[in-house]
Design a protein around this ligand. Structure first.
Ligand SMILES: Nc1ncnc2c1ncn2[C@@H]1O[C@H](COP(=O)(O)OP(=O)(O)OP(=O)(O)O)[C@@H](O)[C@H]1O
Ligand SMILES: [Mg+2]
Length: 284
């Protein structure tokens, strides 16, 4: 099971990076670095200068109240929004346009999938866009559908699937792109609690098995702590007319995590309180 060639590619890349980490600045640089990024949109300051790094294999969550700038920050990571000041660097190089190595998973899976294409057809979209030779499509689609547990549903249409399954199709389509970074904008926000927890665990497993790097936006503090190695918390309205303020919080909770015991872990409870207090200060 799994993805032998995907993993082999990643492991080879990691090995190369490890052995040549002193050779070039790019090899030593984090996958992504936000360097004093501030954002102004529609004549309004959205985000105070913010710096943080995302290293290869890390799971970084962005959390905050509605309208605080989570989606905007995620969009700057893929050059869909240009910072007003500061820079976003990928492997040490400023990003200027969207790259195929960065995949985006949207909350609204209903609109992200083409209803007239089968599950496999939707996954093939990513392969067509990446100009992967047609002869490889079937095997690569099968590989990613197996990873998200949808091998038996390849020939169904999206509307024949539950919401959770449709979101797994979208994740499979992103995996087919073999991205080095997955940007996820409230991907489980529209799902019921049980489905959501199942997908959280599936995603955590995929990330661990494939060495994926993820930036994950959510407004759910517990989801951010449960999934993240680090959380970027955004506080809206830290003062009258002031843009959102970011704080970085490490999540030193061991993996694999568990829906029951992790959520009762003293560190989990402490972090939830810390995040809640920080985010709520903006409303006080
Ligand atoms: N293109 C734009 N032009 C002007 N203002 C914008 C633009 N995009 C976003 N904004 C504003 O920037 C702020 C942050 O928006 P953003 O969508 O990033 O918030 P969010 O934290 O993702 O919210 P939600 O949780 O509701 O998705 C909002 O006040 C929004 O109205
Ligand atoms: Mg948003």
């Amino acid at each position: 099971m799994g993805a032998p060639d995907f993993m082999a590619t990643r492991m080879a890349a990691e090995a190369t990076q490890a052995t040549s980490s002193n050779a070039t600045p790019a090899a030593a640089a984090p996958l992504l670095r936000f360097d004093e990024v501030s954002i102004r949109l529609g004549g309004r300051e959205i985000l105070s200068p913010t710096s943080f790094e995302v290293r290869r294999g890390e799971f970084v969550c962005i959390v905050g109240a509605s309208g605080c700038g989570k989606t905007t920050l995620l969009r700057t990571a893929s050059a869909l929004v240009t910072p007003t000041a500061g820079r976003v660097l990928r492997h040490g190089v400023p990003i200027t346009q969207p790259a195929r190595e960065i995949a985006f998973v949207f909350q609204d899976y209903g609109r992200a999938l083409l209803p007239w294409r089968t599950v496999e057809g939707n996954v093939r979209l990513a392969l067509e866009a990446a100009r992967v030779p047609t002869a490889e499509h079937a095997a690569r689609a099968a590989e990613v559908l197996a990873k998200v547990g949808l091998a038996a549903h390849a020939n169904k249409f999206p509307l024949q699937l539950s919401g959770g399954m449709q979101q797994r199709v979208q994740i499979a389509r992103c995996l087919a792109q073999r991205p080095e970074l997955m940007l996820m904008d409230e991907p489980f926000g529209a799902l019921d609690a049980m489905t959501r927890q199942g997908l959280q665990d599936e995603l955590a497993r995929l990330v661990r098995d494939d060495g994926l790097t993820v930036i994950f936006v959510t407004h759910d503090l517990e989801e951010a702590i449960y999934l993240g190695d680090r959380v970027v918390a955004l506080q809206a309205n830290p003062g009258p007319g002031r843009p959102s303020l970011a704080r970085m919080i490490d999540v030193p909770i061991p993996r694999p995590r568990d829906q029951l015991s992790t959520r009762e872990h003293p560190e989990f409870v402490r972090l939830r309180r810390e995040l809640f207090t920080f985010i709520e200060e903006g409303h006080g």
